[in-house]
Design a protein around this ligand. Structure first.
Ligand code: G3P
Length: 221
């Protein structure tokens, strides 16, 4: 399962990228809004920093304008993936972009029925929002499991990207479901590496090593 950061903050991306595990980035209009700088500047910095896929979201509501916007976003870099919403206009624009050879990510997906539509237009990625499904008192992980199973049974090539992940166990469970990609905020990514026994173990090893060096220093004197 590839790991993506769900952020438009370049410092967060640079930090996690140094770990050598970052395969891509997803952004959305809200995340770009938080950076309060020119969106094109934000996107281009991210596209240059990350080796893998970077999703840039369209904001035009009508299909024709969304298609033109998507075509423009795709020119930013080879690793740009154009995000379109799961709406009739998003499907129409998305299909035209796919026909042009542009890789699209169909976003705001909340049901297996919607995931089938995304696969049928030949989307590169489908993004179910697990956390937001849970927020609506439904079972996001169950929906993800169904989507992964349908894609498997039907032989769809569209990659399932588990989005709106809120904690490390969401990431673990998404991997167990067979998601191709998990995208998560910086906070959740940072928690993946943490374990109290790792911290305690490192502290003890370093303390023993310091003591050994002190002892050997004294014996040598
Ligand atoms: O990738 C989708 C994500 O940005 C939505 O996450 O936490 O706003 O539901 P959230």
């Amino acid at each position: 399962m590839r790991l993506f950061l769900d952020t438009a903050n370049i410092e967060e991306i640079r930090e996690i990228n140094r770990w050598g595990v970052l395969s891509g980035v997803t952004t959305n209009p809200t995340l770009v809004f938080k950076e309060a700088i020119d969106p094109e500047q934000v996107w281009k910095e991210i596209l240059a920093e990350v080796d893998g896929d970077v999703s840039l979201e369209t904001t035009e509501p009508e299909a024709a304008a969304m298609y033109e916007e998507g075509k423009h976003l795709a020119t930013f870099a080879d690793n740009a993936v154009v995000k379109v919403p799961m709406t009739p206009a998003g499907l129409e624009a998305g299909k035209r972009l796919v026909d042009d050879g542009i890789r699209i990510n169909v976003t705001l997906v909340f049901s297996p029925a919607q995931a089938i539509l995304a696969a049928e237009i030949g989307a590169y990625i489908v993004s179910p929002f697990l956390g937001r499904i849970d927020d609506a008192a439904a079972d996001g992980m169950h929906a993800l499991r169904q989507m992964c199973e349908i894609y498997d049974v039907q032989g769809y090539q569209t990659q399932v990207l588990a989005a709106s992940l809120r904690h490390p166990m969401h990431v673990v469970e998404a991997a167990l479901c067979g998601a191709d990609i998990a995208t998560m905020p910086y906070d959740v990514f940072s928690k993946l590496v943490k374990h109290p026994l790792t911290d305690a173990g490192v502290e003890k090893f370093l303390a023993d090593w310091r003591e050994l060096k002190q002892k050997l220093g004294k014996e040598g004197a």
